[in-house]
Design a protein around this ligand. Structure first.
Ligand SMILES: Nc1nc2c(ncn2[C@@H]2O[C@H](COP(=O)(O)OP(=O)(O)O)[C@@H](O)[C@H]2O)c(=O)[nH]1
Ligand SMILES: [Mg+2]
Length: 480
């Protein structure tokens, strides 16, 4: 611990074992430099976890040992207070370029930081590692060992654990690339065992971290609710004359409508992404994940189990899709063209979908002889479930993607089989009723009903987000 009472940990070890990746994941900071080339980190860099503008814990990324054996030999030969020995070592090697990294690494420890020692547990233990462990033991500082397996090899883990028990106060298997929220919390909990004196400060940091995530979840629920309200009530109205041509305008408006909905959705997703501090993780997800599907693609509807097969076939007959309308028809849903009086004008696509109507399009007479076309709002509650499922999937990806990871999700694999990956599909009547009430209220005029239904929906989404957060299931996830 250092002067201001904020727990501080130097993350040390051999180059290229995943120190920077561990720092990045623990600090939720994807600006930490993680590279496949050893020796890229040349100076220490501190990455604080900041909640409400205050650092609650700090992780220091270090270059890694350069001369563990010689350093060990030097330190081992001295008697007395470990802090003094460490200071003497730093003084004696301050101007030695060949000990530069060792000095950088030991400086924060001499200044009072605790130690997190990272090794790649998928390789065997070497003599060099034993020298490093001995040095760290001789510093006398509170220390934890982290086994970060870069490969799936687990044969050496027991040997590592055996050695660690001799040299460290506590140890933890932690994968910097795969760690979930729960695993990050568990690691912090384990850190408490590093030293009795550190317990209260770490307890405080963990509580602040948890509270921060609770807040992010509440904000996410609001973002999702706002996005759904905007999408469910969205419509475009445009005037047209004989010259403009009704057909052209109608097609243009359909495209415009679909593009706007996608934009609203994307904006909301990006807000969620920022909330969880992701800057580089990009969502090029495989086909099984719905998140990457265009909102109106046939596939999305299929994935969510909403598309009766015969209607997809029927959609094939009508030819290429134009904007939202035909795609929606392909999903087993239809839309109609309405006159001002409400009568059905164009029955082609409407006939595909049986009783249900979607993406309403109205032609309304104007007093001066012109006419207007209105596209939207969407008239089917499945639209709500699609938006909700996609937002929840997006959330699931974001929270489970460790910040230390520098690979990309695997390229999209084509799959023709519909996959019922959506969460809402399995919901009970109570949750469905909340959705139905919201769907009705936001499109109505009663403000009190709107407020009440929003509140109920937000509470329900918060509950669902927590379920996803603590779920063992990798809901809709890839590459874990
Ligand atoms: N597959 C996998 N790769 C990892 C993991 N941790 C680190 N790496 C990779 O190992 C390389 C070295 O990681 P880095 O954190 O820069 O190591 P450092 O030199 O100890 O800081 C990078 O290419 C990382 O992406 C892990 O848990 N799994
Ligand atoms: Mg590094």
């Amino acid at each position: 611990m250092i002067g201001d009472g904020v727990p501080e940990f130097a993350v040390v070890g051999h180059p290229n074992e995943g120190k920077s990746a561990v720092v990045s994941t623990l600090a939720e900071d994807d600006t930490v430099r993680v590279t496949p080339y050893p020796g890229e980190t040349v100076a220490c860099q501190t990455f604080p976890v900041v909640v409400d503008g205050k650092a609650i814990i700090r992780f220091i990324d270090t270059p890694g040992f350069q001369n563990p054996k010689r350093t060990f030999k030097w330190i081992k030969g001295r008697r007395g207070d470990p802090a003094r020995v460490l200071s003497a070592y730093l003084r004696a090697h301050a101007h030695r370029p060949d000990f530069k990294d060792d000095c950088r690494l030991l400086e924060p420890i001499a200044a009072g930081a605790g130690i997190i020692y990272v090794v790649d547990g998928s390789r065997p233990v070497r003599n060099l590692d034993l020298a490093e462990m001995e040095i760290l033991r001789l510093t006398g500082r509170p220390r934890m060992a982290v086994i970060n397996c870069k490969e799936h090899e687990t044969a050496y883990i027991e040997t590592w654990k055996h050695e660690f028990r001799k040299h460290f106060n506590t140890l933890r298997v932690f994968n910097a690339n795969r760690a979930t929220y729960a695993e990050r919390i568990e690691l912090l909990e384990t850190l408490k065992g590093i030293d009795q004196d550190w317990g209260p400060a770490l307890e405080k940091a963990i509580a602040a971290f948890r509270a921060d995530w609770d807040r992010r979840n509440i904000q996410t629920a609001h973002i999702i609710c706002d996005m759904m309200e905007t999408c469910l009530t969205y419509s475009i109205v445009r005037s047209f004359t004989e010259k403009t041509g009704e057909k052209d305008l109608r097609e243009r408006l359909q495209r415009e409508y679909a593009a706007s909905i996608e934009k609203i959705e994307q904006k909301a997703h990006q807000k969620i992404r920022r909330l969880f501090k992701h800057n580089i993780f990009n969502y090029a997800l495989p086909a099984h994940s719905l998140v990457n599907e265009a909102l109106f693609s046939k596939k999305t509807w299929q994935f969510l189990g909403l598309a009766p097969k015969q209607l997809i076939a029927a959609a094939g007959i009508t030819g290429g899709a134009v904007g939202a309308a035909l795609d929606l028809a392909a999903g087993g849903l239809s839309f109609g063209v309405f006159t001002a009086a409400g009568g059905l004008l164009g029955v082609g696509w409407a006939a595909l979908g049986g009783a249900r109507r979607l993406a309403r399009m109205k032609v309304v007479g104007l007093p001066l002889g012109g006419e207007q076309i209105q596209v939207g709002p969407m008239e089917n509650i499945q639209f709500l479930y699609v938006l909700l499922d996609r937002a929840l999937l997006f959330y699931s990806h974001v929270i489970n993607w460790a910040h230390g990871r520098r690979d990309s999700p695997p390229a999209e694999k084509r799959s023709d089989k519909p996959v019922k990956a959506g969460l809402t599909f399995e919901w009970d009547d109570k949750r469905r009723r909340i959705c139905q009430t919201f769907y009705k209220a936001v499109r109505g005029k009663d403000d009190r009903q709107k407020t009440a239904s929003r509140k109920a929906l937000i509470e329900m989404i918060e509950e669902v987000l927590l379920e996803i957060l603590h779920s063992e299931k990798t809901y809709g996830m890839v590459g874990r």
